[in-house]
Ligand binder design. Structure first.
Ligand code: NAD
Length: 344
């Protein structure tokens, strides 16, 4: 099978490509624009694999998308590419709309056109079984929870940041293409990921990187915002389950069953690295900061038998260890990102 993975040079996408190539005999085409968040170093160990092809390009480029679908006879799309950082979306929402909404629509259109001509069954009424579009989304589309309760797939969409609004809009387009054109699509919505190869602007790698350099660790508000943490390898296995066995037209939530206050997570990291809590510096809270996210895994576990296999302590210990052993990766990523940012 030939799969188009978008955003495969980013954090989750790069982990996912390696996971899939090691488990299946599929060919993967990775389309990535290499923004500040994309890094080909993440894929160094598989770059010479015959079944792996990297293409630098924009998901908004319809000519390029059409060329790739024809050239590689794409049967499935797993769509990670996005602007993904909430803070950046508050400063500059426009690029979030462009990539996350219009880029998703360009992909949907290309898949629709190509699959309609090349991937209908012999009666020309339904798509062949392996044809699929997987939209990788976020629990942030549901908004924020109070002290109790969980997001389920039936929770109303109520996004609070420009980032989550753009992801919710993309999800609605995916849903509309399924309802209107019967495009075989599935949406996954996961909680906060952590693990190797995450760009150090997100909480966990940021705290590790600041602590290793004995620099202050900025903490928004009182630090008591609750996040549910999902180890990236568990996320990859969940997408694998949904990709192979998920029902078309459905949404699957994916959580790690690890609800933690941010301040707890930060203290765990400082303690692991034997650093003082004096590095913590409380700063003014982020605009519209969601207080609590928590996901119910009931649907994916009951229907597909998927459960996360890493506890937070194990996953976080492995993550810190990876950043300790890959300090060069962090340095080179930041310096590449600085070069990219200067171009814009
Ligand atoms: P990331 O920021 O690490 O990677 C995004 C990748 O997309 C980068 O490699 C970037 O170069 C690429 N990209 C950006 N714009 C592009 C464009 N126009 N064309 C082609 N490529 C482009 O993101 P991530 O953390 O790996 O997240 C992947 C997906 O998972 C995103 O859709 C995100 O919304 C979703 N998600 C992430 C998390 C998380 O905790 N990281 C949680 C929930 C959902």
């Amino acid at each position: 099978m030939n799969i188009l993975v978008t955003g495969g040079a980013g954090f989750i996408g790069s982990n996912f490509i390696k996971y899939m190539l090691s488990k299946y005999d599929y060919t993967i085409v990775n389309l990535d624009l290499l923004t500040y968040a994309g890094n080909l170093q993440n894929l160094k160990d598989i770059e010479h694999e015959e079944r792996y092809h990297f293409v630098k390009g924009d998901i908004c480029d319809r000519d390029l998308l059409s060329k790739l679908f024809h050239q590689y006879d794409i049967q499935a799309v797993i769509h990670f590419a996005a602007e993904s950082h909430v803070d950046r979306s508050i400063d500059e929402p426009e690029v979030f709309l462009k990539t996350n909404v219009f880029g998703t629509q360009a992909l949907l259109d290309t898949a629709k056109h190509y699959w309609k001509v090349h991937k209908l069954d012999k009666y020309c009424t339904e798509y062949k079984d392996d044809v699929k579009f997987i939209q990788i989304s976020t629990d942030e589309v549901y908004g924020a929870l109070g002290k109790e309760g969980y997001f389920t797939e039936k929770t109303n969409l109520s996004p609070n940041s420009p980032y989550s609004a753009s992801k919710a809009s993309a999800d609605l387009m995916v849903r509309a293409y399924y309802e209107t054109y019967k495009l075989p699509a599935v949406i996954t919505r996961c909680s906060n990921n952590y693990g190797p190869y995450q760009y150090p602007e997100k909480l966990i790698p940021l705290v590790i990187s600041q602590a290793l350099n004995n620099l202050p660790i900025p903490v928004y508000g009182d630090g008591k915002q609750v996040r549910d943490w999902l180890y990236v390898e568990d996320h990859c296995s969940a997408i694998d389950s949904v990709f192979h066995n998920g029902r078309i037209g459905e949404v699957y939530n994916i959580g790690g069953n690890n609800e933690k206050e941010n301040i707890e997570t930060i203290k765990f990291i400082l303690n692991y690295l034997n650093k003082s809590e004096d590095l913590i510096e409380f700063v003014e809270d982020r605009l519209g900061h969601d207080r609590r996210y928590a996901i119910a895994n009931t649907k994916i576990s009951e229907e597909l038998g998927w459960v996360p296999s890493n506890t937070f302590n194990d996953g976080l210990s492995k993550t810190i260890q990876w950043y300790l052993e890959n300090r060069k990766w962090t340095m080179s990523h930041i310096s590449n990102a600085n070069k990219t940012s200067k171009k814009h």
